[in-house]
Ligand binder design. Sequence first.
Ligand SMILES: Cc1cc2nc3c(=O)[nH]c(=O)nc-3n(C[C@H](O)[C@H](O)[C@H](O)COP(=O)(O)O)c2cc1C
Length: 489
Amino acid sequence: MVEADTPSGNGPAKKQIILNAFVMNTPGHLSPGLWKHPRNKTDQYKKISFWIDLAKLLDDAGFHAMFIADTLGPYDVYKGPANVVPALAAGAQFPVNDPLYLVPAMAAATKNLIFGVTASVTYEKPYALARRLSTVDHLSEGRLAWNIVTSYLDSAARNHGLKEQIPHDERYAIAHEYMEVLYKLWEGSFRDDALVADREAGTYIAADAVRQIHHKGKYFEVPGPHFVEPSPQRTPFLFQAGVSEAGNGFGGKHGEAIFVGGQTPEGVRATVDNIRKVAQDLGRDPNHIKVIVGINIIVAATDKEAVKKREEYLSYADTEGALALFGGWTGIDLSSYSDDEDFSVADASPRIQSIVRRWSSTVPGTENLPWTKRRIVEYLSVGGLGAKIVGGPKTAADELEKWVEISGVDGFNLAHVTNPGSFEDIIEFLLPELRKRGLYRNTEVAKEGATAREVFLGTRRLPDDHPGSYYKWNAGEEKPKYLVEQEKV
Ligand SMILES: Cc1cc2nc3c(=O)[nH]c(=O)nc-3n(C[C@H](O)[C@H](O)[C@H](O)COP(=O)(O)O)c2cc1C
C-alpha cells in the first residue's frame, strides 16, 4: 500500500504519490550529450559503486523505486540504415549494459528501495527469464519489479535472428502466452509448503510438492517445473510499459503498475481510464493497478534559477545524439531534412507531421510555433520525449498536484538530466514541499523488509483478482487448480 502520512488534524489524507527514479545502464539515457556535465556521473555506469551510491541516495530520501529502462539493440536509424555512429559521442543509449546484474548489490546496500528492471518478452526465452527474475527476487528479498516490454527496435530484431520485427499486435499475443507460461512456473510448479529444509529428516523439498507444468501453446512449449524454488513474491511485482490499444489490453490484464508517456495530464487521462476499464472488465479491482507517468523535473530554489539551469543544461546537448534517439523511437531518419523545415506544415512527411502535431497540441505554449529539427532536438535533449516541469519548489509541486488531479495517475517516473544531480535537486527542493503538503511519504513510513508488492498493493503474493492467481498451488492441494481443469479437457 502507498501509505498516507499526513499529520493528524489536517483533514482527510491526500492521495500519496509514488516517485521512482528513471534510469538506464548507459551514459546517456534521455539527455544526449549531458554525460559531460559536471553534475553527471553516468560515465561511471560500469562501476557497481556508482549504482550503490545512487541506490543509497534514493533509499535514504524515501524514493519508492529505481526504474531501469533497457533496450536490446542500438538506435541506428538516423543517417542509417544500421548506423550507430551518431549515437556514439553522446553515449545516446549506446553502449547499454544489462540492468538485472545491478540489483543484488544495490539491494544489499539499501533497506526499502524497489528495483524495477525492464526485460523483453519478445526476445528472452520464458524458462530462462523466469529463472533469472526468481534468482534476483530471492537475492533482493522480494524487492524486484519486472517491467514487461514487447520492444520496438528493428536493430533488436536483426540481432536476435529475425529479418524484421514481429508485427506489433502479434508481439502482444505472444506476450499473453508468455505470461501464462511464467505464472505456471512461478505460481503453479511448487506447492506453497514445498520447502521443508529439514536437516534431521534429510529433506530439502517435499517429494510430492513439485510438478511439471506441461505447457504446450501456439508459441511456447515448456514442460517445467520451474528451476528455482519459490521466491518471496513468486511472481515479481509486474510493471508494464506500452500505450497502444493492444498495450493497454495487455497492461490492464497483467500489469500491477503501468508506465505511460504523454505531455499533458488531459492527454494521459484517456490512457489511465482505458487501462482501469480493461482491468475492471476482466474482473480486477482497478485500484490494484498503479499508473505511473514519465516526467522530467528541473527544480531549483526559485523559478528563475530553474529556467537558468535548463539553459545551462542545453549548452551540453548533443544534436546528433538527440536525432539518433528520435530515429530509434519513431523509426524516422531526419538526416535528409534541413534545420529550418517546419514539420507541422503540409508538405512534410505525413508520419513526421502527425508526430509533431501531437507534440505541438500537447506541449503547452507551442501551438503556433514551427516544429523545426532544431526545436525537436531542443525538446528531446533535456529529459527526452515525456512531460516536463521547470520551476522552483512551489511551481513543481503545483504541477505534480495538477497532474495527479487531472490525469488520475498514481505517481511519476522521474527522468534525469544529470545523474545524480537531478535526483539531488528533487531531494533538496521538491520532496520537502511535497511532504509539507502531505503528498509524499516520510522516510520512516517505509517499512523495512517489505516486498515490492507489499509497498504498492499491501500484499506479498499476487492478489486473488489477478489472472496469475489462477495458477497458484496452495498447501493441501494435490495439484494446482489449473492442472485439474486442464486434465478435464
Ligand atoms: C513509457 C514507456 C516506456 C517504455 N520503456 C521501454 C523500455 O525501457 N524498453 C523497451 O524495450 N521498450 C520500452 N517501451 C516500449 C514498449 O514496451 C512497447 O514495445 C512499445 O511502446 C510499443 O507498444 P505500444 O504500441 O503498446 O506502446 C516503453 C514504452 C512506453 C510507453
